[in-house]
Design a protein around this ligand. Structure first.
Ligand code: FAD
Length: 386
């Protein structure tokens, strides 16, 4: 494959992830999906590669990847296992990125080094009451002496059973303060946290869970940024994270496309391979169009983050929306090309079909991406000033 974004360094990185995927993920991808858990040895191997610390700078022992490089890593991981790919997305970017940009030096030293050493972080924003309406979070943090005491319930939190710490958005102001009353905390896994794994349709194995915080005490300095200023940090994390989430969808799209193309070359109908039938050719062309268009938008958005362009939040939402919409279309067509076998558990496309739908929901739904795009067009969304 050739695209204008692939420098020699990116090609080397891509190939190294492919080698990892062939060795560690391909043999267990079906099991991960069926049993809803990633085996310990796979987690250890992924941690050793630095996949749970993608954005952690080298000075803290991390790989120090750019947004584009991180996108390429999770894309390649997702071709083999969507679960490991989204785990890397959350820990390596959505947890690491806000710590890099907003945490105090002490927090950075401890938690970035822990990620670099292979620990996994989780990003706890969504609650049973509110996902899209994140400014309404009800989890509370109250200062008691030198400690914050945190109580509340989060849901759909990726990585929870594997995580050794959580980045938690909690209310420190009044409910009517909305986004101006939200702060962000690092909370270590301990007895005050109860994790209940959920049975999700796709991205199975990534540990999506309900998480209850009951009287969790954290030191005062575990506040990330300033009191009541956490919402901006969360939005900043999502603006980048969306591109990486879109890239996991891109990997699923690529895997489904490859399956469909191979099948169309081998399967015969009415005396010739499927690929020679015009209506199948139409589907393959439409799939390739969506695949490369999504790839181009995702990489463009990633480069915009890396360049610090002011309009990257809009491009992040454009890329996420494109990968979600076109991804669902593409995998539906891939299943159509495979016919009955595509609808059976014998084909990986059945898993890809369940996986790709997540991209329309997680990290902001399609509706949210449309809102961000229009807000940006009206000049109400810009890259953060740090
Ligand atoms: C597999 C998976 C992993 C996830 N991982 C994480 C994680 O690690 N951390 C985390 O914090 N969250 C996580 N989430 C949660 C995810 O971000 C939310 O599910 C998502 O933001 C939608 O929120 P919701 O489910 O509460 O839906 P709701 O907000 O209730 O929305 C329901 C529907 O209404 C629409 N809607 C809502 N408000 C509006 C509006 N104002 N205008 C127009 N339409 C609207 C939505 O677009 C959607 O179609 C995960 C979700 C999934 C499925």
């Amino acid at each position: 494959m050739n695209n204008v974004f692939d420098s020699e360094d990116i090609r080397v990185l891509r190939n190294s992830v492919r080698e990892f995927g062939e060795k560690y993920l391909a043999p267990v991808a079906v099991r991960i999906d069926r049993e809803n858990i990633v085996p310990d040895d796979v987690i250890r191997a992924a941690a050793e590669m630095g996949y749970f610390a993608l954005r952690v700078p080298e000075k803290y022992g991390g790989p120090g990847l750019s947004t584009l490089e991180s996108a390429v890593v999770v894309e390649e991981l997702a071709r083999y296992s969507s679960a490991v790919s989204i785990m890397a997305t959350v820990s390596g970017t959505m947890v690491a990125y806000p710590l890099v940009h907003y945490a105090n030096d002490e927090l950075k030293r401890e938690y970035l080094e822990r990620l670099a050493n292979g620990e996994i972080g989780a990003f706890a924003l969504t609650e049973p009451c509110c996902g899209t309406d994140a400014a309404a979070v009800t989890t509370r943090a109250v200062l008691d002496g030198d400690e914050w005491v945190i109580n509340g319930r989060k849901t759909f939190i990726t990585n929870s059973p594997y995580a050794s710490f959580f980045l938690v958005a909690a209310r420190t102001g009044k409910p009517e303060d909305r986004h101006r009353g939200v702060s962000l905390f690092v909370v270590d896994k301990s007895d005050c946290i109860e994790v209940s794994k959920l049975e999700m349709m796709g991205y199975r194995g990534s540990g999506t869970s309900e998480v209850v915080f009951e009287g969790c005490r954290v030191p005062k300095q575990n506040l990330v940024g300033e009191v009541n200023k956490g919402f901006k940090i969360v939005m900043d994390a999502l603006n980048e994270g969306r591109i990486i989430t879109a890239a996991t969808g891109l990997g699923v799209m690529q895997a489904a496309f490859d399956e469909a193309l191979n099948y169309a070359k081998q399967r015969e109908s009415m005396g010739k391979p499927l690929v020679e039938h015009q209506m199948v050719q139409y589907m393959l062309a439409e799939m390739k169009l969506r695949l490369e268009a999504a790839r181009t938008l995702i990489y463009t958005a990633a480069v915009k983050v890396d360049n610090g362009d002011d309009d990257y939040p809009m491009w992040s939402s454009i890329a996420k929306l494109a990968a979600a919409k076109w991804g669902v279309d593409l995998v539906r067509m891939a299943m159509q090309v495979l016919g009955g076998i595509g609808y059976s558990k014998e084909s990986p496309v059945e898993r890809h079909y369940r996986d790709i739908k997540m991209i329309e929901i997680g990290d902001g739904t399609n509706e949210v991406q449309r809102m961000v795009i229009v807000k940006a067009l009206l000049g109400k969304v810009r890259a953060p000033r740090r």
